[in-house]
Design a protein around this ligand. Structure first.
Ligand code: UD1
Ligand code: UDP
Length: 382
């Protein structure tokens, strides 16, 4: 029997985390040949995820450069994918989310007339420059894709509003599937700092910040507000696993380096990160993935951005948009640290983004599309 060849293309940390459980689900299908192509847009942060999930790549374009530009990521991926697609001739290419790898991966599939499945489809802010370049990446991939795997009903509605072609499935977010592999109540940290932290006696605030549109004034405001927060609250410990981008590292070191109770550490692996969030008090972040994961763990999130494409957890009450200005961020964080009622109102486990079985639905949808499955998967409903 000829197997269905499905090639997953990804290159950054969040894509790898959210594609890993899907690759595993594909590998478990007897009638599917799962092929894994890494662009290597991230290097260390990608390799760490591959190791934790025990995944091997079939192809690795290894494109990363220090301080790479959007153009180098896109062109190196396009050129590298030529040979890979010609050698592998997959029946479908899967891409995830909204990075430059996602966009270039989908575009090269299109150039070779290979159908595209888009995982995490339909997130929108409707502002083409924010997040930048992600909003345009995902919009363009939406036009290319044949199968759209939308995490939520609202994401699917966004695609319908664009009168997009192809089939839309509501699957939940695969991030929640990934957490089934990582979060353990008896987990022991291997990062020395995390092992030493007193999670019951102190209030641990997890910070991450890396978005391109926050470079400059916004990132400086975020860092300055964080410094003040630590200064004003002696029982607060801030843990910031700093992204490997030199722009981010310079800003973090400048405003937060050498301060009491602020721990700037290297990026931690995904198991460490998920279990750190499970034990923390509060998350402050401009990350997309953290906005999905923290609510599932019952942790309040302050989003350090002007907008979000993930309104579901705001509606559910566990996430608030704090913006990127010093005064607003500080005021909102102070409220959560000083007012137990305000904190309690946000600290509730809700799961608008998934039930942990998104990958099963996605694989069923792909097999159904190719006539290997009788039934279309039932939509995920929160
Ligand atoms: C990228 C994505 C962004 C996503 C983020 C997740 C684009 C345009 N941006 O942004 O959507 O939210 O990943 O983290 O696709 N670096 C290393 N080692 C690594 C990773 C990065 O040294 O393992 C450094 C390199 O100097 C690299 C720089 O970080 O040039 C920036 O990486 P890049 O992928 O261009 O941008 P991100 O900000 O990571
Ligand atoms: N993450 C991680 N280690 C870290 C910081 C984040 O494993 O030091 C995980 C996090 O749990 C989430 C993903 O990386 O699953 C989010 O990646 P990032 O914030 O870089 O990208 P975004 O989601 O904003 O695109």
């Amino acid at each position: 029997m000829k197997k269905l060849k499905i090639m997953s293309v990804f290159g950054t940390r969040p894509e790898a985390i959210k594609m890993a459980p899907l690759v595993k689900e594909l590998e478990a299908c007897e009638d599917v040949e799962s092929i894994c192509c890494l662009t290597g847009q991230h290097r260390e942060m990608l390799d760490s995820v591959m190791e934790i999930f025990g995944l091997q790549s079939d192809y690795d374009l290894n494109i990363m450069e220090q301080r790479q530009t959007l153009s180098t990521i896109t062109t190196k991926t396009l050129l590298g994918m030529e040979g890979v697609i010609e050698a592998a001739r997959p029946d479908m290419i899967l891409v995830h989310g909204d990075t430059s790898t996602t966009f270039a991966g989908a575009l090269s599939a299109f150039y070779h007339q290979i159908p595209v499945g888009h995982v995490e489809a339909g997130l929108r802010t409707w502002d083409k420059y924010s997040p930048f370049p992600e909003e345009m990446n995902r919009t363009l991939v939406g036009d290319i894709a044949d199968l759209h795997f939308s995490p939520t009903v609202a994401n699917a509605d966004n695609l319908r509003r664009e009168a997009i072609g192809g089939e839309i499935f509501i699957t939940g977010n695969t991030a929640i599937d990934a957490m089934r592999y990582t979060v353990r109540p008896d987990y022991v940290f291997h990062t020395p700092l995390l092992n030493r932290l007193d999670f019951s006696g102190k209030r641990v605030v997890v910070l991450t910040c890396h978005r391109r549109e926050n470079y400059g004034q916004a990132m400086e405001d975020i860092m300055r507000a964080t410094a003040k927060l630590a200064e004003d609250h002696p029982d607060v410990e801030i843990v910031y696993p700093v992204h490997l981008s030199p722009v981010v590292r310079e800003c973090a070191a400048r405003y937060l380096g050498g301060r009491d109770r602020i721990h700037l550490i290297d990026p931690v692996d995904v198991q460490e990160m998920h279990n750190l969030m499970a034990r923390c008090y509060l998350v402050m972040t401009d990350s997309g993935g953290l906005q999905e994961e923290a609510p599932a763990l019952g942790k309040p999130v302050l989003v350090l951005r002007r907008e979000t494409e993930r309104p579901e957890a705001i509606a559910a009450g566990t996430v608030k948009l704090a913006g990127v200005c010093y005064d607003e961020i500080l005021a909102m964080a102070n409220t959560l640290l000083d007012d137990p009622d305000a904190y309690a109102a946000m600290a509730k486990a809700v799961n608008p983004y998934g039930d942990g079985y998104a990958c099963r639905r996605i694989v069923q949808a792909i097999r159904w599309h190719f006539g290997l499955e009788e039934r279309r998967p039932a939509d995920f409903r929160a």
